[in-house]
Ligand binder design. Structure first.
Ligand SMILES: Cc1cc2nc3c(=O)[nH]c(=O)nc-3n(C[C@H](O)[C@H](O)[C@H](O)COP(=O)(O)O)c2cc1C
Length: 224
């Protein structure tokens, strides 16, 4: 199947704005309250799933387990465009291959059956690849106390690692890496509707795409 037009538009924008990698990502809490925060875009898979990463101990994985419906808003300042993407998102946890029921639920939710991304092994390889690609400073965060825990309940921040490598031959460092890597998870988003707003042209342009039951995309241009 050819690449959807929205994915080409996103590619083009990221080519022109390679540093514009953060977007606001909204989930639903277990009380069905909207929760929004920024995350970093970590790539698009061959079947056009958007990837970001998180700590399994943060709220996002719990929210997604409660409701996979998400929306993101991505403003790219230099070209003055906005993508608003609605879809279904799942957390791909570190130990996915050992939990086959969970794996099949995720693969079904992401509609990945028969696709390159349709196996737990594919996701584990991707997780390790992304782990190698983030900064040592960011990796260190996954080895620190549970995010959101009261500071007075955790050990002094002077003992927290500042940076850790992706791999190591040193046994002590390996333990630190393994512990941190246990918390490093991918979030994969399967877009179902995309809106692309272009604010530079006058009049502004607004294009919407919606996925159809057969997986094709229907395009509609609307008044801005
Ligand atoms: C520019 C920016 C980028 C961020 N990128 C991420 C990210 O990729 N993944 C992530 O889990 N948190 C990221 N954060 C932190 C989140 O916004 C948020 O504070 C944290 O994930 C806890 O959110 P949660 O408890 O709702 O899951 C980023 C924050 C900023 C300001």
């Amino acid at each position: 199947m050819s690449k959807p037009a929205w994915a080409n538009a996103l590619d083009q924008q990221l080519k022109e704005n390679p540093k514009a990698l953060s977007y606001a990502f909204s989930t639903l809490s277990s009380e069905n309250k909207p929760k929004v925060r920024f995350v970093i875009h970590r790539g698009v898979t061959p079947s056009n799933l958007l990837l970001t990463t998180t700590d399994t101990r943060m709220s996002k994985p719990a929210h997604l387990a409660h409701s996979p419906t998400v929306e993101l808003a991505w403003w790219i300042e230099d070209t003055n465009v906005q993508f608003r993407i609605t879809g279904q998102a799942y957390t791909l946890p570190p130990d996915l291959s050992s939990k086959s029921d969970e794996a099949s639920k995720i693969i079904e939710g992401l509609k990945m059956e028969g696709k390159e991304e349709g196996s737990a092994e594919w996701w584990e390889k991707k997780r390790k690849e992304l782990w190698g690609g983030v900064s040592g400073h960011l990796r260190a965060g996954f080895g620190r106390p549970t995010p959101g825990k009261k500071l007075e309940e955790v050990e002094g921040s002077d003992k927290w690692p500042e940076t850790i490598p992706a791999e190591s031959d040193d046994p002590e460092e390996r333990k630190t890496i393994e512990y941190a890597l246990e918390h490093f998870a991918i979030i994969a988003i399967r877009p179902e509707a995309v809106e692309f707003l272009e604010l530079k042209p006058i009049p502004n342009r607004r294009t919407q795409w919606t996925v159809q039951a057969d997986g094709t995309w229907q395009e509609s241009k609307v008044a801005p």
